[in-house]
Design a binder for this molecule. Sequence first.
Ligand code: DGJ
Length: 553
Amino acid sequence: MGIRVSRRLWMSVAVVSAALSLVPAVEAWAQNKPLPQVVKKNGKAALMVDGAPYLILGAQANNSSNYVAQLPKVWPAIKDIQANTLEIPVAWEQIEPKEGQFDFAYVDELVKQARQNHVRLVLLWFGTWKNTSPNYTPDWVKLDNKRFPRITKKDGTMSYCLSPMERTTLEADKKAFVALMTHLKKIDGDQHTVIMIQPQNESGTYGSVRDYSPKAEKVFNGPVPQALLKKKGISKGGTWSVVFGKHADEYFHAWHIASYINEIAAAGRAVYDLPMYVNAALREPLIEVGPETYSSGGPTHNVIDIYQAAAPAIDIIAPDIYKRDSANYEAVLSLYSKFENPLFVPETGSDTEFARYIFSVFGRGGIGFSPFGIDYTGYTNYPLGGKDMSPEGLKPFREKYALFAPMMRDWAKIAYENPVWGVSEADDRKPQTIDLGGKWKLDVLYGEWQFGLTEWTWMGKVDPVPGREKPNGGVVVAQLSEDEFLVTGVHARLNFGLGPKTKGKNLIFRSVEQGHFENGQWVVDFVWNGDQTDYGLNLTGQPAVLKVKLATY
Ligand code: DGJ
Protein backbone atom coordinates (compact mmCIF):
# COMPACT_ATOMS: atom_id res chain seq x y z
CA MET A 1 0.00 0.00 0.00
CA GLY A 2 1.60 3.25 -1.06
CA ILE A 3 0.36 6.01 1.20
CA ARG A 4 2.17 9.22 1.56
CA VAL A 5 1.02 12.25 3.44
CA SER A 6 0.47 15.17 1.17
CA ARG A 7 -0.56 18.73 1.92
CA ARG A 8 -1.26 19.42 -1.72
CA LEU A 9 -4.90 19.88 -2.30
CA TRP A 10 -5.88 18.69 -5.70
CA MET A 11 -9.12 20.54 -5.92
CA SER A 12 -11.96 19.81 -8.14
CA VAL A 13 -15.01 18.10 -6.85
CA ALA A 14 -17.42 17.32 -3.96
CA VAL A 15 -20.68 15.96 -2.56
CA VAL A 16 -23.52 16.02 -0.16
CA SER A 17 -24.02 12.48 1.02
CA ALA A 18 -27.68 11.83 1.24
CA ALA A 19 -29.09 10.20 4.30
CA LEU A 20 -29.91 6.65 3.41
CA SER A 21 -30.98 4.43 6.21
CA LEU A 22 -29.38 1.09 5.47
CA VAL A 23 -30.60 -1.84 7.47
CA PRO A 24 -27.89 -4.44 8.12
CA ALA A 25 -28.62 -7.69 6.39
CA VAL A 26 -29.41 -10.45 8.87
CA GLU A 27 -27.91 -13.58 7.44
CA ALA A 28 -30.01 -16.64 6.93
CA TRP A 29 -28.45 -19.45 8.96
CA ALA A 30 -27.18 -22.15 6.69
CA GLN A 31 -27.15 -25.82 7.56
CA ASN A 32 -24.71 -28.42 6.28
CA LYS A 33 -22.43 -25.89 4.62
CA PRO A 34 -18.64 -26.34 4.59
CA LEU A 35 -16.78 -25.73 7.84
CA PRO A 36 -15.38 -22.24 8.48
CA GLN A 37 -11.85 -22.00 7.15
CA VAL A 38 -9.06 -19.48 6.58
CA VAL A 39 -7.99 -19.52 2.94
CA LYS A 40 -5.08 -17.77 1.22
CA LYS A 41 -4.47 -16.76 -2.37
CA ASN A 42 -2.00 -14.35 -4.02
CA GLY A 43 -0.83 -12.96 -0.70
CA LYS A 44 -4.40 -12.35 0.45
CA ALA A 45 -6.55 -14.14 2.99
CA ALA A 46 -10.23 -14.69 3.67
CA LEU A 47 -12.22 -16.24 6.46
CA MET A 48 -14.72 -18.52 4.75
CA VAL A 49 -17.98 -19.05 6.63
CA ASP A 50 -20.59 -21.29 5.06
CA GLY A 51 -18.53 -21.37 1.89
CA ALA A 52 -18.07 -17.63 1.27
CA PRO A 53 -15.76 -14.87 2.56
CA TYR A 54 -16.96 -13.35 5.82
CA LEU A 55 -15.95 -10.07 7.45
CA ILE A 56 -15.80 -10.03 11.24
CA LEU A 57 -17.48 -6.87 12.51
CA GLY A 58 -16.66 -7.94 15.99
CA ALA A 59 -17.23 -7.00 19.59
CA GLN A 60 -15.46 -8.68 22.48
CA ALA A 61 -17.30 -8.95 25.77
CA ASN A 62 -15.62 -8.19 29.07
CA ASN A 63 -13.62 -10.92 30.78
CA SER A 64 -16.24 -11.90 33.35
CA SER A 65 -19.20 -11.82 30.97
CA ASN A 66 -18.85 -15.56 30.28
CA TYR A 67 -21.79 -16.59 32.46
CA VAL A 68 -25.44 -17.17 31.61
CA ALA A 69 -26.42 -14.47 34.12
CA GLN A 70 -24.37 -11.90 32.19
CA LEU A 71 -25.60 -12.67 28.67
CA PRO A 72 -28.73 -10.46 28.82
CA LYS A 73 -26.36 -7.50 29.30
CA VAL A 74 -24.21 -8.54 26.37
CA TRP A 75 -26.66 -8.89 23.46
CA PRO A 76 -28.11 -5.35 23.56
CA ALA A 77 -24.61 -3.88 23.25
CA ILE A 78 -23.79 -6.22 20.36
CA LYS A 79 -26.95 -5.05 18.66
CA ASP A 80 -26.29 -1.37 19.37
CA ILE A 81 -22.80 -1.51 17.91
CA GLN A 82 -24.12 -3.50 14.90
CA ALA A 83 -21.58 -6.30 15.32
CA ASN A 84 -22.09 -9.55 13.47
CA THR A 85 -19.70 -11.54 15.69
CA LEU A 86 -19.32 -11.78 19.46
CA GLU A 87 -15.96 -12.79 20.88
CA ILE A 88 -16.47 -14.21 24.35
CA PRO A 89 -14.49 -16.39 26.78
CA VAL A 90 -15.00 -20.01 27.70
CA ALA A 91 -12.90 -20.61 30.80
CA TRP A 92 -11.29 -23.88 31.75
CA GLU A 93 -12.42 -23.31 35.38
CA GLN A 94 -16.05 -23.16 34.33
CA ILE A 95 -16.19 -26.22 32.08
CA GLU A 96 -14.06 -28.54 34.24
CA PRO A 97 -14.49 -27.35 37.84
CA LYS A 98 -13.76 -30.88 39.05
CA GLU A 99 -11.16 -32.86 37.20
CA GLY A 100 -12.75 -35.05 34.54
CA GLN A 101 -16.28 -33.64 35.08
CA PHE A 102 -17.40 -31.33 32.35
CA ASP A 103 -20.20 -28.78 32.44
CA PHE A 104 -21.25 -27.19 29.16
CA ALA A 105 -24.43 -25.48 30.37
CA TYR A 106 -22.98 -22.01 29.65
CA VAL A 107 -21.70 -23.01 26.21
CA ASP A 108 -25.10 -24.49 25.30
CA GLU A 109 -26.95 -21.37 26.38
CA LEU A 110 -24.43 -19.07 24.71
CA VAL A 111 -24.74 -20.82 21.34
CA LYS A 112 -28.53 -20.89 21.60
CA GLN A 113 -28.76 -17.19 22.42
CA ALA A 114 -26.23 -16.27 19.71
CA ARG A 115 -28.48 -17.93 17.14
CA GLN A 116 -31.51 -16.12 18.50
CA ASN A 117 -29.59 -12.85 18.18
CA HIS A 118 -28.28 -13.67 14.68
CA VAL A 119 -24.70 -13.28 15.83
CA ARG A 120 -21.77 -15.60 15.16
CA LEU A 121 -19.29 -16.49 17.89
CA VAL A 122 -15.54 -16.52 18.29
CA LEU A 123 -14.73 -18.44 21.47
CA LEU A 124 -11.72 -17.50 23.59
CA TRP A 125 -10.23 -20.45 25.45
CA PHE A 126 -8.95 -19.13 28.77
CA GLY A 127 -6.68 -21.98 29.85
CA THR A 128 -2.99 -22.18 30.77
CA TRP A 129 -2.53 -18.53 29.72
CA LYS A 130 -4.96 -15.63 30.20
CA ASN A 131 -2.97 -12.40 29.91
CA THR A 132 -0.08 -14.81 30.64
CA SER A 133 -1.50 -15.94 34.02
CA PRO A 134 -3.21 -19.22 35.00
CA ASN A 135 -6.03 -17.44 36.85
CA TYR A 136 -8.74 -19.06 34.69
CA THR A 137 -7.51 -22.61 35.26
CA PRO A 138 -9.59 -24.65 37.74
CA ASP A 139 -8.42 -24.54 41.34
CA TRP A 140 -7.22 -28.14 41.09
CA VAL A 141 -4.70 -26.78 38.57
CA LYS A 142 -3.75 -23.34 39.83
CA LEU A 143 -3.33 -24.47 43.43
CA ASP A 144 -1.26 -27.54 42.68
CA ASN A 145 2.22 -26.24 41.86
CA LYS A 146 3.69 -29.66 42.25
CA ARG A 147 1.61 -31.29 39.56
CA PHE A 148 1.38 -28.14 37.41
CA PRO A 149 4.67 -26.33 38.02
CA ARG A 150 5.17 -22.64 37.48
CA ILE A 151 8.16 -21.17 35.70
CA THR A 152 11.42 -20.94 37.64
CA LYS A 153 13.00 -17.50 37.24
CA LYS A 154 16.70 -16.96 36.61
CA ASP A 155 17.29 -16.24 40.31
CA GLY A 156 15.64 -19.54 41.24
CA THR A 157 12.39 -18.01 42.57
CA MET A 158 8.98 -19.00 41.33
CA SER A 159 7.10 -17.03 38.66
CA TYR A 160 3.28 -16.68 38.65
CA CYS A 161 3.21 -18.20 35.14
CA LEU A 162 2.75 -21.91 34.38
CA SER A 163 5.66 -23.55 32.60
CA PRO A 164 5.23 -24.55 28.95
CA MET A 165 7.75 -27.33 29.53
CA GLU A 166 5.39 -29.46 31.59
CA ARG A 167 3.63 -32.35 29.86
CA THR A 168 1.17 -32.82 32.74
CA THR A 169 -0.15 -29.29 32.35
CA LEU A 170 -0.32 -29.58 28.59
CA GLU A 171 -2.19 -32.88 28.75
CA ALA A 172 -4.71 -31.53 31.27
CA ASP A 173 -5.38 -28.36 29.23
CA LYS A 174 -5.59 -30.39 26.03
CA LYS A 175 -8.10 -32.80 27.54
CA ALA A 176 -10.41 -29.96 28.53
CA PHE A 177 -10.01 -28.18 25.19
CA VAL A 178 -10.74 -31.35 23.22
CA ALA A 179 -13.82 -31.90 25.36
CA LEU A 180 -14.96 -28.40 24.44
CA MET A 181 -14.35 -28.94 20.71
CA THR A 182 -16.11 -32.31 20.85
CA HIS A 183 -19.10 -30.66 22.48
CA LEU A 184 -19.13 -27.81 19.95
CA LYS A 185 -19.14 -30.27 17.10
CA LYS A 186 -22.12 -32.02 18.67
CA ILE A 187 -24.23 -28.91 19.23
CA ASP A 188 -23.04 -26.72 16.35
CA GLY A 189 -21.35 -28.92 13.76
CA ASP A 190 -24.10 -28.36 11.21
CA GLN A 191 -24.75 -24.65 11.88
CA HIS A 192 -21.39 -22.96 12.49
CA THR A 193 -22.61 -20.42 14.98
CA VAL A 194 -19.06 -20.67 16.31
CA ILE A 195 -16.76 -19.65 13.46
CA MET A 196 -13.33 -19.43 15.06
CA ILE A 197 -11.46 -20.32 18.25
CA GLN A 198 -8.70 -18.51 20.11
CA PRO A 199 -6.82 -21.14 22.12
CA GLN A 200 -5.30 -19.31 25.12
CA ASN A 201 -5.29 -15.55 25.62
CA GLU A 202 -2.18 -13.38 25.38
CA SER A 203 0.33 -16.10 26.21
CA GLY A 204 3.87 -15.36 27.35
CA THR A 205 5.48 -14.39 30.63
CA TYR A 206 6.14 -11.07 32.33
CA GLY A 207 9.14 -10.82 34.61
CA SER A 208 11.05 -13.85 33.31
CA VAL A 209 12.28 -14.23 29.76
CA ARG A 210 11.89 -18.03 29.95
CA ASP A 211 11.73 -20.98 32.32
CA TYR A 212 15.09 -21.62 33.99
CA SER A 213 14.07 -24.82 35.80
CA PRO A 214 16.50 -27.77 35.61
CA LYS A 215 14.12 -29.43 33.13
CA ALA A 216 14.09 -26.32 30.91
CA GLU A 217 17.86 -25.87 31.20
CA LYS A 218 18.41 -29.35 29.83
CA VAL A 219 16.30 -28.64 26.75
CA PHE A 220 17.85 -25.18 26.36
CA ASN A 221 21.29 -26.78 26.18
CA GLY A 222 20.07 -29.21 23.52
CA PRO A 223 19.77 -28.58 19.78
CA VAL A 224 17.44 -26.05 18.13
CA PRO A 225 14.66 -28.01 16.36
CA GLN A 226 15.13 -28.57 12.65
CA ALA A 227 11.75 -26.99 11.74
CA LEU A 228 12.85 -23.70 13.31
CA LEU A 229 16.24 -23.71 11.60
CA LYS A 230 14.46 -24.33 8.30
CA LYS A 231 11.97 -21.50 8.82
CA LYS A 232 14.80 -19.12 9.72
CA GLY A 233 16.89 -20.28 6.75
CA ILE A 234 19.74 -21.30 9.07
CA SER A 235 21.78 -24.26 7.84
CA LYS A 236 24.15 -24.81 10.76
CA GLY A 237 22.42 -26.09 13.89
CA GLY A 238 23.55 -26.07 17.51
CA THR A 239 22.26 -25.17 20.95
CA TRP A 240 19.88 -22.24 21.39
CA SER A 241 22.66 -19.97 22.64
CA VAL A 242 24.98 -20.88 19.81
CA VAL A 243 22.36 -20.37 17.09
CA PHE A 244 20.44 -17.36 18.44
CA GLY A 245 22.90 -15.57 20.73
CA LYS A 246 21.22 -12.77 22.71
CA HIS A 247 17.76 -13.79 21.41
CA ALA A 248 18.14 -17.39 22.55
CA ASP A 249 16.14 -17.12 25.80
CA GLU A 250 13.15 -15.41 24.21
CA TYR A 251 13.10 -17.57 21.08
CA PHE A 252 13.33 -20.69 23.24
CA HIS A 253 10.33 -19.57 25.29
CA ALA A 254 8.34 -18.56 22.20
CA TRP A 255 9.05 -21.89 20.53
CA HIS A 256 7.89 -23.89 23.55
CA ILE A 257 4.76 -21.85 24.20
CA ALA A 258 3.84 -21.97 20.50
CA SER A 259 4.46 -25.73 20.39
CA TYR A 260 2.34 -26.21 23.50
CA ILE A 261 -0.54 -24.19 22.03
CA ASN A 262 -0.14 -25.98 18.73
CA GLU A 263 -0.50 -29.41 20.30
CA ILE A 264 -3.71 -28.32 22.04
CA ALA A 265 -5.09 -26.62 18.92
CA ALA A 266 -4.23 -29.59 16.69
CA ALA A 267 -5.94 -32.02 19.07
CA GLY A 268 -9.04 -29.80 19.07
CA ARG A 269 -9.02 -29.51 15.29
CA ALA A 270 -8.69 -33.27 14.95
CA VAL A 271 -12.18 -33.60 16.43
CA TYR A 272 -13.71 -30.38 15.05
CA ASP A 273 -11.69 -28.45 12.49
CA LEU A 274 -12.49 -24.79 13.16
CA PRO A 275 -10.02 -21.99 12.28
CA MET A 276 -7.82 -20.93 15.17
CA TYR A 277 -5.77 -17.85 16.01
CA VAL A 278 -3.60 -16.61 18.84
CA ASN A 279 -3.60 -13.05 20.18
CA ALA A 280 -0.64 -10.99 21.31
CA ALA A 281 0.07 -8.53 24.08
CA LEU A 282 2.27 -6.29 21.99
CA ARG A 283 5.93 -5.44 21.94
CA GLU A 284 6.72 -1.80 21.08
CA PRO A 285 6.49 -1.61 17.27
CA LEU A 286 8.60 1.49 16.69
CA ILE A 287 11.45 1.22 19.18
CA GLU A 288 13.86 -1.56 20.08
CA VAL A 289 13.06 -3.00 23.49
CA GLY A 290 14.13 -6.16 25.29
CA PRO A 291 11.88 -9.09 26.29
CA GLU A 292 12.06 -8.05 29.96
CA THR A 293 9.71 -5.19 29.01
CA TYR A 294 6.88 -7.25 27.47
CA SER A 295 5.33 -10.72 27.66
CA SER A 296 8.29 -12.80 26.57
CA GLY A 297 7.41 -15.89 24.55
CA GLY A 298 4.01 -14.55 23.51
CA PRO A 299 3.25 -14.00 19.80
CA THR A 300 4.95 -10.60 19.61
CA HIS A 301 5.86 -9.27 16.17
CA ASN A 302 9.51 -10.34 16.38
CA VAL A 303 8.57 -14.03 16.78
CA ILE A 304 5.73 -14.37 14.26
CA ASP A 305 7.90 -16.67 12.16
CA ILE A 306 8.71 -18.81 15.20
CA TYR A 307 5.00 -19.19 15.94
CA GLN A 308 4.34 -20.08 12.31
CA ALA A 309 7.04 -22.77 12.40
CA ALA A 310 5.98 -24.22 15.75
CA ALA A 311 2.23 -23.89 15.36
CA PRO A 312 0.93 -24.94 11.95
CA ALA A 313 -2.49 -25.58 13.56
CA ILE A 314 -2.80 -21.82 14.10
CA ASP A 315 -4.09 -19.83 11.11
CA ILE A 316 -3.54 -16.29 12.33
CA ILE A 317 -1.28 -14.44 14.73
CA ALA A 318 -3.25 -11.43 15.82
CA PRO A 319 -2.40 -8.17 17.60
CA ASP A 320 -4.43 -6.72 20.50
CA ILE A 321 -4.00 -2.99 19.91
CA TYR A 322 -4.56 -0.59 22.78
CA LYS A 323 -2.21 2.29 22.03
CA ARG A 324 -4.11 5.19 20.62
CA ASP A 325 -1.55 7.00 18.51
CA SER A 326 -1.79 6.52 14.79
CA ALA A 327 1.89 5.96 13.99
CA ASN A 328 2.00 3.15 16.52
CA TYR A 329 -1.25 1.61 15.29
CA GLU A 330 -0.22 1.62 11.62
CA ALA A 331 3.17 0.13 12.51
CA VAL A 332 1.52 -2.75 14.36
CA LEU A 333 -0.77 -3.44 11.39
CA SER A 334 2.21 -3.52 9.03
CA LEU A 335 4.19 -5.85 11.29
CA TYR A 336 1.29 -8.30 11.64
CA SER A 337 0.73 -8.31 7.86
CA LYS A 338 4.18 -9.76 7.22
CA PHE A 339 5.02 -13.44 6.67
CA GLU A 340 1.69 -13.84 4.81
CA ASN A 341 -0.03 -13.64 8.18
CA PRO A 342 -3.74 -12.83 7.64
CA LEU A 343 -4.58 -9.54 9.35
CA PHE A 344 -7.13 -9.72 12.16
CA VAL A 345 -7.49 -7.32 15.10
CA PRO A 346 -9.36 -9.37 17.72
CA GLU A 347 -9.04 -6.68 20.38
CA THR A 348 -8.71 -2.94 20.26
CA GLY A 349 -9.66 -0.11 22.58
CA SER A 350 -13.33 0.84 22.78
CA ASP A 351 -12.70 4.60 22.92
CA THR A 352 -13.72 6.95 20.12
CA GLU A 353 -10.36 7.33 18.41
CA PHE A 354 -9.87 3.57 17.96
CA ALA A 355 -12.94 3.20 15.73
CA ARG A 356 -11.39 4.87 12.70
CA TYR A 357 -8.65 2.27 12.47
CA ILE A 358 -11.16 -0.15 10.98
CA PHE A 359 -10.37 1.54 7.65
CA SER A 360 -6.64 0.82 8.01
CA VAL A 361 -7.42 -2.81 8.86
CA PHE A 362 -9.95 -3.48 6.09
CA GLY A 363 -7.89 -1.40 3.67
CA ARG A 364 -5.06 -3.88 4.20
CA GLY A 365 -7.42 -6.75 3.41
CA GLY A 366 -8.02 -7.55 7.09
CA ILE A 367 -10.57 -10.25 7.89
CA GLY A 368 -11.90 -8.67 11.05
CA PHE A 369 -11.83 -5.93 13.67
CA SER A 370 -13.17 -5.96 17.19
CA PRO A 371 -13.21 -3.46 20.04
CA PHE A 372 -12.90 -4.94 23.54
CA GLY A 373 -15.25 -4.68 26.50
CA ILE A 374 -18.49 -4.28 24.60
CA ASP A 375 -21.37 -5.08 26.92
CA TYR A 376 -23.65 -3.34 29.37
CA THR A 377 -22.40 -5.16 32.48
CA GLY A 378 -21.27 -1.89 34.02
CA TYR A 379 -17.56 -2.60 33.65
CA THR A 380 -15.28 -0.44 31.51
CA ASN A 381 -11.52 -0.77 31.10
CA TYR A 382 -10.92 3.00 30.86
CA PRO A 383 -8.27 4.45 30.52
CA LEU A 384 -7.18 1.59 28.26
CA GLY A 385 -10.50 1.72 26.41
CA GLY A 386 -13.48 4.05 26.56
CA LYS A 387 -15.45 5.02 29.64
CA ASP A 388 -18.89 5.36 28.06
CA MET A 389 -20.37 1.90 27.52
CA SER A 390 -23.78 3.10 26.38
CA PRO A 391 -25.48 3.32 22.99
CA GLU A 392 -24.01 6.83 22.70
CA GLY A 393 -20.51 5.64 23.61
CA LEU A 394 -20.71 2.92 20.95
CA LYS A 395 -21.64 5.40 18.22
CA PRO A 396 -18.14 5.83 16.74
CA PHE A 397 -18.02 2.08 16.07
CA ARG A 398 -21.66 1.75 15.04
CA GLU A 399 -21.16 4.49 12.46
CA LYS A 400 -18.38 2.47 10.82
CA TYR A 401 -20.03 -0.95 11.18
CA ALA A 402 -23.15 0.50 9.53
CA LEU A 403 -21.12 0.96 6.33
CA PHE A 404 -19.90 -2.63 6.20
CA ALA A 405 -22.77 -4.57 7.80
CA PRO A 406 -25.08 -4.52 4.78
CA MET A 407 -22.27 -5.54 2.43
CA MET A 408 -20.00 -7.57 4.68
CA ARG A 409 -20.06 -10.61 2.41
CA ASP A 410 -19.53 -8.42 -0.68
CA TRP A 411 -16.65 -6.45 0.85
CA ALA A 412 -14.99 -9.65 2.14
CA LYS A 413 -15.15 -11.18 -1.35
CA ILE A 414 -14.02 -8.01 -3.13
CA ALA A 415 -11.11 -7.55 -0.71
CA TYR A 416 -10.03 -11.16 -1.24
CA GLU A 417 -10.05 -10.82 -5.02
CA ASN A 418 -9.18 -7.20 -5.79
CA PRO A 419 -6.62 -4.57 -4.81
CA VAL A 420 -7.82 -2.65 -1.75
CA TRP A 421 -6.47 0.32 0.19
CA GLY A 422 -7.52 2.15 3.28
CA VAL A 423 -6.50 5.06 5.46
CA SER A 424 -7.63 6.34 8.79
CA GLU A 425 -7.19 9.92 9.86
CA ALA A 426 -3.75 10.35 11.39
CA ASP A 427 -3.17 12.17 14.68
CA ASP A 428 -1.78 15.17 12.77
CA ARG A 429 -5.10 15.25 10.85
CA LYS A 430 -3.27 16.07 7.63
CA PRO A 431 -4.38 14.95 4.15
CA GLN A 432 -3.19 11.55 2.96
CA THR A 433 -2.60 10.28 -0.55
CA ILE A 434 -3.27 6.76 -1.76
CA ASP A 435 -1.54 5.58 -4.93
CA LEU A 436 -4.23 3.57 -6.70
CA GLY A 437 -1.86 1.59 -8.87
CA GLY A 438 -0.29 4.23 -11.12
CA LYS A 439 -3.16 5.46 -13.24
CA TRP A 440 -5.09 7.16 -10.46
CA LYS A 441 -4.52 8.49 -6.98
CA LEU A 442 -6.74 9.55 -4.16
CA ASP A 443 -6.20 12.47 -1.80
CA VAL A 444 -8.11 12.09 1.45
CA LEU A 445 -8.78 15.30 3.41
CA TYR A 446 -10.31 15.73 6.85
CA GLY A 447 -12.28 18.50 8.48
CA GLU A 448 -13.80 19.98 5.34
CA TRP A 449 -17.49 20.79 5.01
CA GLN A 450 -19.39 19.19 2.12
CA PHE A 451 -19.08 22.38 0.06
CA GLY A 452 -16.09 24.55 -0.76
CA LEU A 453 -12.92 24.80 1.24
CA THR A 454 -12.59 25.83 4.88
CA GLU A 455 -9.69 28.06 3.86
CA TRP A 456 -11.93 30.23 1.68
CA THR A 457 -12.43 33.58 3.42
CA TRP A 458 -14.74 35.39 1.02
CA MET A 459 -17.87 33.83 2.62
CA GLY A 460 -16.87 35.10 6.05
CA LYS A 461 -15.89 33.06 9.06
CA VAL A 462 -16.43 29.34 8.60
CA ASP A 463 -17.41 27.23 11.61
CA PRO A 464 -15.37 24.10 12.28
CA VAL A 465 -17.11 20.86 11.35
CA PRO A 466 -18.79 19.63 14.57
CA GLY A 467 -18.05 16.32 16.28
CA ARG A 468 -14.38 16.35 15.34
CA GLU A 469 -12.76 16.78 18.74
CA LYS A 470 -10.90 13.50 18.12
CA PRO A 471 -9.80 12.06 14.78
CA ASN A 472 -12.67 9.97 13.44
CA GLY A 473 -12.36 9.82 9.64
CA GLY A 474 -11.21 7.24 7.19
CA VAL A 475 -11.95 5.46 3.92
CA VAL A 476 -11.50 2.16 2.16
CA VAL A 477 -11.14 1.80 -1.60
CA ALA A 478 -11.38 -1.32 -3.74
CA GLN A 479 -10.39 -1.42 -7.39
CA LEU A 480 -13.13 -3.22 -9.31
CA SER A 481 -11.62 -2.71 -12.76
CA GLU A 482 -8.97 -0.41 -14.25
CA ASP A 483 -11.03 2.77 -13.91
CA GLU A 484 -13.69 1.72 -11.45
CA PHE A 485 -13.52 1.91 -7.64
CA LEU A 486 -15.80 1.05 -4.75
CA VAL A 487 -15.36 3.47 -1.86
CA THR A 488 -16.85 3.99 1.55
CA GLY A 489 -15.85 5.84 4.67
CA VAL A 490 -16.79 8.60 7.06
CA HIS A 491 -15.78 12.19 7.84
CA ALA A 492 -13.49 12.55 4.86
CA ARG A 493 -13.28 14.35 1.55
CA LEU A 494 -12.08 12.25 -1.36
CA ASN A 495 -10.31 13.95 -4.24
CA PHE A 496 -9.50 11.55 -7.04
CA GLY A 497 -6.54 12.60 -9.15
CA LEU A 498 -4.26 11.54 -11.95
CA GLY A 499 -1.39 9.17 -11.32
CA PRO A 500 1.93 9.09 -13.20
CA LYS A 501 0.40 6.92 -15.94
CA THR A 502 -2.26 9.52 -16.84
CA LYS A 503 -0.02 12.58 -16.45
CA GLY A 504 -0.90 15.51 -18.69
CA LYS A 505 -4.55 14.54 -19.11
CA ASN A 506 -7.64 15.89 -17.37
CA LEU A 507 -9.74 13.84 -14.99
CA ILE A 508 -13.50 13.64 -15.19
CA PHE A 509 -16.05 11.47 -13.43
CA ARG A 510 -17.79 9.17 -15.83
CA SER A 511 -20.18 8.59 -12.94
CA VAL A 512 -20.42 8.48 -9.17
CA GLU A 513 -23.16 6.12 -8.03
CA GLN A 514 -24.39 5.66 -4.49
CA GLY A 515 -25.82 2.21 -4.04
CA HIS A 516 -25.87 -1.09 -2.22
CA PHE A 517 -25.45 -4.78 -2.89
CA GLU A 518 -28.34 -7.19 -3.33
CA ASN A 519 -27.47 -10.87 -3.71
CA GLY A 520 -23.96 -9.89 -4.71
CA GLN A 521 -25.13 -7.42 -7.38
CA TRP A 522 -24.56 -3.66 -7.25
CA VAL A 523 -27.82 -1.73 -7.16
CA VAL A 524 -27.73 2.03 -7.88
CA ASP A 525 -29.80 4.17 -5.53
CA PHE A 526 -28.91 7.52 -7.10
CA VAL A 527 -26.13 9.34 -8.88
CA TRP A 528 -23.95 12.06 -7.34
CA ASN A 529 -23.23 15.13 -9.50
CA GLY A 530 -23.13 18.95 -9.33
CA ASP A 531 -22.51 20.27 -5.81
CA GLN A 532 -22.17 16.67 -4.64
CA THR A 533 -19.07 16.15 -6.78
CA ASP A 534 -17.71 19.66 -7.39
CA TYR A 535 -15.76 19.82 -4.11
CA GLY A 536 -14.61 16.23 -3.75
CA LEU A 537 -16.73 13.31 -2.65
CA ASN A 538 -17.62 14.23 0.88
CA LEU A 539 -18.40 11.42 3.28
CA THR A 540 -20.15 12.34 6.51
CA GLY A 541 -21.38 10.09 9.30
CA GLN A 542 -24.28 8.92 7.12
CA PRO A 543 -23.72 5.53 5.50
CA ALA A 544 -22.74 5.93 1.85
CA VAL A 545 -21.17 3.36 -0.46
CA LEU A 546 -20.05 4.72 -3.82
CA LYS A 547 -19.04 3.23 -7.11
CA VAL A 548 -16.77 5.75 -8.82
CA LYS A 549 -15.98 5.49 -12.53
CA LEU A 550 -13.07 7.66 -13.65
CA ALA A 551 -12.16 8.87 -17.13
CA THR A 552 -9.86 11.41 -18.81
CA TYR A 553 -10.36 13.91 -21.59
C1 DGJ B 1 -6.10 -7.76 26.75
C2 DGJ B 1 -6.71 -9.07 27.16
O1 DGJ B 1 -6.59 -10.00 26.11
C3 DGJ B 1 -8.17 -8.89 27.54
O2 DGJ B 1 -8.69 -10.13 27.99
C4 DGJ B 1 -8.29 -7.83 28.60
O3 DGJ B 1 -7.67 -8.23 29.77
C5 DGJ B 1 -7.68 -6.52 28.09
N1 DGJ B 1 -6.32 -6.72 27.75
C6 DGJ B 1 -7.75 -5.40 29.11
O4 DGJ B 1 -9.03 -4.99 29.34
